[in-house]
Structure formats: structure tokens, C-alpha cells
Ligand binder design. Sequence first.
Ligand code: SPD
Length: 384
Amino acid sequence: MNKKYFLSFALSALMLAACTQQEQPSLPTPASAVSAPVAVNVEEKVLNIYNWPDYVPEGMLAAFEKETGIKVNYDTFETNEALHAKLVAGNTGYDIVVPGSVFAKPQIEGGLMQPLDKANIKNLSNLDPAIMITLVKADPGNNYLVPWAWSFTTVGWNKTKAQKALGNMPMPENAWDLVFKPEYTSKLKSCGIAYLDSPTEIIPAALHYIGKDAYSHNPADYKLAADMLGKVRQDVRIFSATMIDDLAGGKACVAIGWAGDINIAANRAKDNKSNDEIEALLPSTGALIFFDTMAITKDAKHPKNAHKFIEFYLRPENAALMTNTMRYPTANKAAIDQLKPDIASNKSIIVETNYFSKMIPPSSFTNEARAALASAYNSFKKGK
Ligand code: SPD
């Protein structure tokens, strides 16, 4: 039953109940006729969010719950592929999900998201117009996506352990060599090389390394990327999305990962009083930018609460808290002057303009490219 019809149906039921009561006061009022209009207008005080791990500052959800009385259920996923599979299967039960913009584009086109009611999110005006323009590629008109944070895929290392494993070999000019060039990987395997376990993370980085478009439409390029990766496959110890633990816990000394998580690992190592220095590197040929974006699912049961949360998250103090604690840059321009000095001066969090121009912006894959990408990754991972 559509909402309009349901409303008038509920109202008629109420009026009928009122008439019936006048004529036959001794009959009990049917419970359904009384409660129906309440169910139409009032949303259950619940919000279901599905986001990446290590992305929300401690206390932020509790503060939202306290202020609004809305109970937040917060689950996490580790890769865009995992989120995408859930969305395609349908009935996720989630109101807000946080895909990377590369995946958000086909999700919007596939009708998996609902447009935002922008009139109800006045804090959208805090967002940096320069970033919102770049999102237009995935979301024409900025109608569906609100940036949670952004960062870039790069090489992270435990400098102390990696330099020891490299011995006399100097640091390469291009940091991607550490994870893609056999001369380096054959040495670094002794202290552990970790790759993100995600085709859409590794293959674009590999394509970029061999001088191809990271989001190439040419299936032959994917074959070349797989060939290059095949040469270092035996040296890769870990496939995971837990680079914070891998680097800070000493399981890996180099990793292909997200600058934000690598910075969290660096901070964790300091907290653990480790003498090892962990860093997110800025490869000379550039790194791959990504935007993680909030979107409201098509079948969200609590869209009003979702809008309230987005409005809350876009307050400058909340956006600044995210960057200050989670070490991912915010797209909230109004938050920038609230960043802590050690965050604002960290060049792998707040990237300098001259490096920015080397960065590879996100794009999307054609269906043909997606198939080539999956097959390149599978054959690489299986070592075939
Ligand atoms: N800890 C938060 C991790 C967020 C990573 N998002 C990565 C998307 C890359 N394409």
C-alpha cells in the first residue's frame, strides 16, 4: 500500500471509528484503527549504520544517541567488495552505508541508494566545494553521497624493521618498488609484506605502477598487471584489511594500505612505547586517492534518523574530531581550523598541494574491466 493511500486509509478508519463510537458507545475501539496514524508519522528511534572499522571517534555515536534518543547499531565491513555484495543481495537492514565513490557510482545507477533530502541537511554547506565537484563523476548533482572522509592508497612501512631487512640497499626513489619490485620484495619478505585483500585496491595500484591508467578500460592492461604481480607473489606473506594490526603488531614491515590506517598504526606503535617508526609513504609517482561516502540505502527503514545523523556528523566539531582521532582527512571545510597541529602538519594526512597534483583521482570500472580485474586478481592470488 503506498504511503498516501495508507494515510487516507488510516484517517478514514479513524473517522469511521469516531462515528461508530458515537452510535454504539459500548463497543470497544479497534486497536489497529487508533494506532495506525502514529505508525505512519513516527519513525522508530533506531539507526543502523554499516561502515569501515576504525573510522568513528570514540564517544561520537554515544553523543548522537544522548542528544537524539536514537539508538545506533553500528556494524563494520572490511572491503568495498563485501559491502557491494550485501547491497546487491538486498534487505541489508542498514540505513546508512559508506561505500568508496568508485563503488558508489554503480550502486546509485543500480537504484540501491535513495536521494538525500538536502533541505533537511543544512550542514551540507560545510563541505568543501572542490571535493564535492570531484564526487560529481560518481554522483551527478551531489544528490546521494556525503563524504565521510578521504585518503589515499599507498605504501606503509615500519621504517626500522624494513631498513634492517634491506641491509645496504638504499630506499628506492619510488616507494611502490618496495611492494612491487622483486629486488626489494625478496629482501622485505623476511619481515613481512602485506597486501590489502581486495582486487579493487591492488589492481589499480599495480596498473599505475606499470604506467597504465589505474582504472583502465582495456582488458589487456589487466593481464600485464597480473604478470607484474606474479613476479612478487611468492614474497607476499599476508592478504588482509587489517594493516593497523599487521604493521603495529609486527606481522608486516611493508604494506599496501590506506594512509589513514597506516597513520593509526604509527600512533598505536608510539602508544605501545615501540621504538619502531611507522610511516605512510608518498611514492614519487603518486598514490591513489579515494573518497568514502555516506549514502542512504533505497530500502532504509529509518531515513529521517539517517538524515539527522548526517546533519550531526557534518557539524565542524564532529568532522574535526574524526580527523584528529582517526587520522583521515575530512571533506568538511568548516572543520579545518579545528585540526590539531600535529595532524595539520602531517603531510600524509593533510597532503601538500605540490604532491596532490601527482595523486591519481578515483574513477570507475566498466563491466568488462571489472571482469578483467577480478580474473587478474584471482590468478595473482592463487599464484597461477
Ligand atoms: N579505517 C578506515 C578504513 C577506510 C578505508 N576505506 C578505503 C576505501 C579505499 N578504496
